[in-house]
Design a protein. Sequence first.
Length: 217
Amino acid sequence: MGKIILYHGSPNKVIVPQYGLGEEKHDYGKGFYLTESKELAKEWAVCRPDETNGWLHKYELDTTDLKLLDFQQYHVLSWLAELMKHRDAADSRRYKVLSRKFIEKYGIETSGYDVIKGWRANASYFYIAREFVRDNIDIEILEELLSLGGLGIQYCVKSELAFSKLTEIRDGLTSVDYIEFNDKYNERDVAARRKMRQLVDSEANKVTNVFSTLFER
């Protein structure tokens, strides 16, 4: 891949990405999250309901010699298993038991990778996740549901080596208007949920090949 341009949306004007920092409960665990989409990064910069403008940061990542895991090259179940390692789709005992089995069956060992690339689990994703673990969604429509969510692709810089190859392009720093891009963020989420519910309620959702039946194979 060589050198790629990535963007990071943040409420903060000054950012110093550091190895080992970040929240374990984010999609792919600790790391620094970026996207190739300038527009999505702007929305993510102001997705909090605090009515303050955000900042778009521009970076160059030299991917030479980096090991990159791209979840788009795997089945969507592997991506869901990775999210289940870090985020809870439900708090019931049934979910805790089944999610462990799900991770064992479909999870990928990610510790050897420098960068993880895959969908971003935004607000509308949790609608899918909750319905899926409640056995209300057939696996056959799962990938289509996620595409309706317009989740966007993100990169998570994980390793010390990857952080050393990440450079901020200072003249790329841009102020993000809260009203304009928070509205866009919310409109995207509302539209996604509406389309998702239509598909879940449609004939295409057979509700036979569901979450709990995965462990009967």
